[in-house]
Write a protein that binds this ligand. Structure first.
Ligand code: UFG
Length: 329
């Protein structure tokens, strides 16, 4: 299948490109390189630099490349920033996405795979989290993702768009060969920050809250390897062959790890002591988020390969060791 990967120079998109090639598909990358990295591109994959909201540009790429399916990873993803700069998030994550869907409709591309998030659930009413839980986001980031899910439902109903929306839990890790990995600017995610603290690039890691109602008082999250996430995107292709299909899947390992457990895993894997400071809670952090991914397992045959936090951290550490300053671009 000829697949346009929008945001293919970003963290999850770049890993998905590699998995598409491994599965025999033909990816084409579109990215404006605002947050993406040239170093994350795969040299033999066609690359178009530009904005997903630029209909003329995107329409030309769709037609010239004979695209059959679009995967969309090009969202802004900093929860805190979404609270202070909501225009930026609605503009890119909703308005530009709508332009992308509009031009797909005009050109006649009818298959779409969307990166959604467990943040669409807000504070979950039940754990582990199944797809039928109420969606009540507690920040604009999660709301923008839910808005797109709702737009997709309407387009599927009205025009026969077939789509899958994957609600990721905490994407983590890096490619096994250490050639691509996680490099956000600024970095806010736990695992890369703990690795930085282990190697002395940061003085310490702050634990945001030690008084949660969890076994060790720190937040529980479901860290899922970026290659496992990517494989689900490809496993869903067969289900999108008929028009008007709509699928929603939670993607997580189902095994939560606390902030302290992640720090211990980094210490085991790197063999280095991590200096820790116990800090106050970060606003907007739910105490626990972990997935029930039975639906993806049953319907897509999805199975995680990286089934422990140590395995995930090993790949992140391998990438970091080979690229101590990230992509350098
Ligand atoms: N944390 C710390 N110290 C840090 C950074 C993080 O204690 O320096 C804690 C957070 O409080 C949280 C856990 O580590 O409990 C994980 O934090 P991340 O920032 O790595 O990830 P989040 O769970 O906040 O966010 C992730 C994705 C978002 C997505 C969200 C869904 O990055 O895109 O999951 O809730 F929206």
């Amino acid at each position: 299948m000829k697949v346009l990967v929008v945001g293919g120079a970003g963290y999850i998109g770049s890993h998905c490109v590699r998995q598409l090639i491994a599965a025999g598909h033909e990816p084409v990358v579109l990215d404006n390189l605002v947050y993406g990295h040239k170093g994350a591109l795969t040299p033999e994959v066609p690359f178009y630099e530009g904005d997903l909201g630029d209909k003329e540009f995107v329409g030309k790429v769709l037609k010239d490349e004979g695209i059959e399916l679009v995967m969309h990873f090009a969202a802004y993803c900093f929860v805190g920033e979404s609270v202070t700069e909501p225009f930026k998030y609605y503009e890119n994550n909703v308005v530009a996405t709508l332009r992308l869907l509009e031009v797909m409709h005009e050109v006649g591309v009818k298959k779409f795979v969307f990166s959604s998030t467990c943040a669409t659930y807000g504070v979950p009413e039940r754990l582990p989290m199944t797809e039928d839980l109420a969606q009540a986001p507690i920040n604009p980031y999660g709301q923008t993702k839910l808005d797109v899910e709702n737009i997709l439902k309407a387009l599927s109903h009205a025009y026969g768009l077939s789509f899958a929306a994957f609600r990721y839990f905490n994407a983590a890790g890096a490619s096994v060969d250490g050639s691509i990995g996680e490099d956000h600017q600024p970095e806010t995610h736990l695992i890369p920050l703990v690795i930085d603290a282990a190697v002395g690039k940061r003085e310490n890691i702050k634990i945001f809250g030690t008084d949660y109602d969890t076994p060790d008082g720190t937040c529980l999250r479901d860290y899922v390897h970026v290659d496992d996430l990517s494989r689900a995107h490809i496993a869903v292709f067969d289900k999108l062959s008929e028009p008007g299909q709509a699928f929603f899947y939670n993607l997580g390992t189902g095994t939560p790890n606390s902030v302290r457990e992640v720090i211990s895993a980094v210490e085991r894997v790197t063999g280095k002591k991590v200096p820790v400071i116990e800090d106050v809670r970060r606003p907007g952090d739910p105490p626990a988020l972990f997935a029930d991914s039975t639906k993806a397992q049953t319907e897509l045959g999805w199975k995680v390969e990286f089934d422990s936090i140590d395995k995930i951290v090993e790949t992140a550490w391998n990438w970091h060791s080979k690229n101590p300053n990230g992509y350098n671009d």
